[in-house]
Design a protein around this ligand. Structure first.
Ligand SMILES: Nc1ncnc2c1ncn2[C@@H]1O[C@H](COP(=O)(O)OP(=O)(O)OP(=O)(O)O)[C@@H](O)[C@H]1O
Ligand SMILES: [Mg+2]
Length: 243
């Protein structure tokens, strides 16, 4: 089966500084892929390029046989690629439910109806935010803001969901509930590319892990193989042991 996403030799320079250097990988439909690496390795930059928010300096991104490199965010969203942000970016003055409606208006099957559709309410319940549906997003706890990021992304009905540190700052039980959600999202047919520093979380949900270091892909393979890879241990796992 053809990959759902092919990233081919993607390079990104910021004012002469290389954030990504010739990064290539493929994602197969339906998997949960982990993307790990030290701070500054280029993980968020890579997600931003796949999501169409940044244009690569060189290289290409092919999604379902369509070249998206340099595409605008809204084109990527319409094609079915949706991201969550490392630092939640809710529409602060809008209610939680209205934030989710924004997702459904811009997604693959953009809805024109009033907010609060059955789908939006189902998502709200799914992520555990039904009890705060009508309060402004600005007043949510960090954990709930992370859930709202996920809910807004889900409302856009992604084929490929890019998650940037959805569990950072969450308690262990909040983390477990978000990981359960990710598995359910995968079981509903969505492919997931998941960036996280919490290795226990990554190793528990991912089928395959890509490791970045200094803007390059260092290695990729099964979670077990990556945990035992000397280069990965040296560059990253050794430093984060115990997290
Ligand atoms: N908009 C930007 N302008 C200039 N430099 C940037 C920009 N965005 C990222 N960088 C630089 O690119 C490199 C990669 O950053 P990136 O945020 O992608 O790393 P990361 O792997 O997501 O790190 P973290 O784990 O801390 O989130 C860093 O050196 C960063 O300072
Ligand atoms: Mg990042």
């Amino acid at each position: 089966m053809a990959p759902i996403l092919s990233v081919d030799r993607v390079t990104k320079y910021f004012a002469g500084l290389a954030a990504l250097k010739e990064v290539s990988f493929e994602l197969r439909q339906g998997g949960i892929y982990g993307l790990i690496g030290p701070n500054g390795a280029g993980k968020t930059t890579l997600l931003s390029i796949v999501a169409g928010a940044l244009r690569p300096t060189a290289g290409s991104v092919i999604f379902q046989d369509r070249r998206l490199s340099g595409a605008k965010s809204f084109r990527a969203v319409r094609a079915g690629i949706v991201r969550t942000h490392q630092i939640p970016r809710p529409f602060r003055a809008l209610s939680v439910l209205a934030n989710i409606s924004v997702g459904s208006r811009f997604g693959l099957h953009a809805q024109r109806s009033a907010s609060g559709t059955r789908d939006e309410r189902r998502i709200l319940e799914w992520v555990g935010l039904a009890h705060v549906a009508y309060i402004p997003a600005a007043t949510l706890s960090v954990g709930d803001q992370k859930r709202l990021e996920l809910a807004r992304a889900l409302a856009a009905r992604p084929k490929l969901l890019l998650c940037d540190e959805v569990c950072s700052g969450l308690t262990e039980s909040e983390t477990l509930s978000v990981l359960r959600l990710l598995r359910e999202i995968q079981q509903a047919g969505t492919t997931i590319l998941y960036v996280e520093h919490n290795l226990k979380a990554i190793m528990s949900v991912c089928d395959h892990v890509i490791v970045m270091n200094y803007g390059r892909k260092l290695a990729e393979g099964s979670p077990e193989a990556m945990q035992n890879d000397p280069a990965v241990i040296e560059a990253y796992i050794g430093r984060t042991a115990g997290t």
